[in-house]
Design a protein around this ligand. Sequence first.
Ligand SMILES: [Zn+2]
Length: 150
Amino acid sequence: MAAETALIKYFESKETLNIDLITLPVLKEVLVKYLHFWVKKSREKDGYVYCYTCGKPMVIGTHDCQAGHWLPKGGFRIHKFNPDNIRPQCGSQCNLAKAGDYEVFKNNLIKEIGSEKVEEMYVTRNQSSKKPKIWYIDKIEHYWKLRKEI
Ligand SMILES: [Zn+2]
């Protein structure tokens, strides 16, 4: 993707980036790629990632190994890019057939990050998700750097 290449060049050299040439939908697409990879890769152990809601072992890069959202990304866009709202999930059951397995996902999140954070995500779920392009560029850079460290 040309836009992704331009962004990486910008991160590496800090040379100028013509922000007008990159559209918001493209920035969102690139962020999804890097964020979802990090969500999976940071939890990988001995070549496997485990489904957050059923524990099934999965391999990154396969169709079954997906990034699931606790609060649905379509309805509550503010948390679409919130790493606390995203965990590896199996596509064969939990993410698709069980639509994220909401209750199990929630209980596991409470155990992992605490009820306060989970409650805060829930109460803010209808807030505006509008962010400027630079917000997306900063996030992409953040996960791009993490990707190199994993
Ligand atoms: Zn599962």
